[in-house]
Design a protein around this ligand. Structure first.
Ligand code: PLP
Length: 435
């Protein structure tokens, strides 16, 4: 599978299991400087923790407080006048993220395919109102198994609101018996067999549980060919993998910004609407005044009908929360400067090294469920712990590692290229395999 056009591979003979080798990789890391740009929690002895939980909540960039403080001050000093006269005027604040957001997910430059707004699940609802248009014969929604619960609830709501029974109209594609990863050939077969009755294909990429990255390009092409609309939940993808949503013709996507994008708890989320739909003002949507034309928005006396502005901006509803948008600004500036392709290249090596070290240790207590092909994985490795899972997770915790546990027995560890090191990967593997 060659969707991300990654140039770096992770052949085992590229690595060595020694501490010196890990330190050598850090010494030659062109992205090493970014680590110091983040705050990181410390343990009781004041030592920096090994933070491998960026798949859950990213670290705080040091710039964040300055940018948030700037808006606090503009509010203090300018109040309502900051809407147009602030240092970063609030009226058009979201426009600051248009191009940087587009670069993150491979949207078309200048085409307004990306807008940062709301939260992930809210954006999913907005997209489903528009893109889920069931007919008598084409009414199913396909999701992966396991899907993130919020997605499952949102999708079920839309089925029920159109009078459909989720037990019939929701199709979840599963790994085969005894396997953890969903096979591409099984997705293809489903589309082949049921494509004519599928309205929307909605997949999490990477999957939150297994870390599996789906072949977005292949699935979109196949599903579009069958007449299905295709969307992706990039909660675990944004700032992690480097999709090309425009070129791959993905219809829509949503993501959150508090994981790999380091924008803080409950941060403002992202939404992508492909250019092929973005300028269609006829599409049904939950309208609000922020989706309307900003030049005529305040001509309230006219009481005219909603006129969506072009692109993803036309799906906005409310005026944005500027204080949290300010933390997004701090984060996206860093991604833009570091470059998502450079980050992805380091990530493939970093996570590849983690896999190598765990496999080298040869322990029968773990099984890595995330696929080994670099194009099918992001930062995260999901480890099925076959022996004493909770005790091993606790041992990591005590040793100063922050990662997470998903019931019944999966440890998720996500070294991120922005702020983690090869030496941390080496230490993590030592602690894990010797616990
Ligand atoms: C895959 C996935 N989808 C949806 C969500 C829900 O996001 P939110 O609470 O921002 O709506 C999450 C949150 O972690 C997630 O991981």
């Amino acid at each position: 599978m060659m969707q991300t056009e990654s140039t770096e591979t992770t052949k085992a003979d590229q690595f060595e299991a020694t501490e010196e080798f890990a330190l050598m990789l850090d010494a030659s890391d062109p992205l090493a400087k970014w680590r110091e740009q983040f705050h990181c929690p410390t343990g009781p002895d004041g030592e920096r923790l090994i933070y491998f939980a960026g798949n859950s909540l990213g670290l705080q960039p040091k710039k964040t407080s300055e940018y948030v403080q700037q808006e606090i001050e503009d509010w203090q000093k300018l109040a309502v006048k900051a809407h147009l006269g602030g240092r970063k005027p609030w009226y058009s604040y979201h426009e600051n993220f248009r191009e940087a957001g587009a670069r993150l997910v491979g949207a078309k430059p200048g085409a307004r395919e990306v807008v940062m707004m709301n939260s992930l699940t809210v954006n999913l609802h907005l997209m489903l109102v528009t893109f889920y248009q069931p007919t008598e014969t084409r009414y199913k929604i396909v999701m992966e198994w396991p899907a993130f619960p919020s997605d499952l609830y949102a999708v079920s709501t839309h089925l029920r609101s159109r009078g459909l029974d989720p037990n019939v109209a929701l199709v979840q594609i599963k790994p085969r018996e005894g396997e953890h990863i969903i096979r591409q050939e099984d997705i293809d077969a489903l589309l082949e067999e049921q494509g004519d009755s599928i309205a929307v294909v909605w997949l999490g990429c990477p999957n939150f549980y297994t870390g599996q990255v789906f072949d977005i390009r292949h699935i979109t092409a196949k599903a579009n060919e069958k007449g299905c609309v295709v969307g992706f939940d990039l909660a675990h993808g944004a700032g992690n993998i480097a999709p090309k949503l425009h070129d791959w013709e993905v219809d829509f996507a949503v993501w959150c910004s508090y994981k790999y994008l380091n924008s803080g708890p409950g941060a403002v989320a992202g939404c992508f609407v492909h250019e092929k739909h973005g300028n269609n003002s006829e599409l049904l949507r939950y309208a609000g005044w922020w989706g309307d034309d900003p030049n005529t928005r305040f001509q309230m006396h006219r009481q005219r009908a909603f006129k969506p502005q072009p692109g993803a901006d036309g799906w906005q509803i409310s005026n944005p929360p500027i204080l949290t948008m300010a933390s997004l600004r701090a984060s996206l500036e860093m991604f833009d400067e570091a470059g998502i392709d450079n980050l992805r290249a380091k990530s493939i090596k970093l996570t590849g090294y983690l896999r190598y070290l765990i496999e080298q240790a040869g322990s029968e207590a773990f099984e890595i469920v995330t696929p080994a092909d670099p194009d099918s994985q992001g930062c995260q490795l999901s480890l099925l712990v076959l022996d004493k899972p909770k005790e091993r997770f606790e041992a990591l915790n005590v040793a100063g590692v922050v990662c997470d546990f998903r019931e019944p027995n999966v440890i998720r560890a996500a070294p991120t290229p922005m702020y983690n090191t090869f030496h941390e990967v080496w230490r993590f593997a030592e602690i894990l395999t010797k616990s």
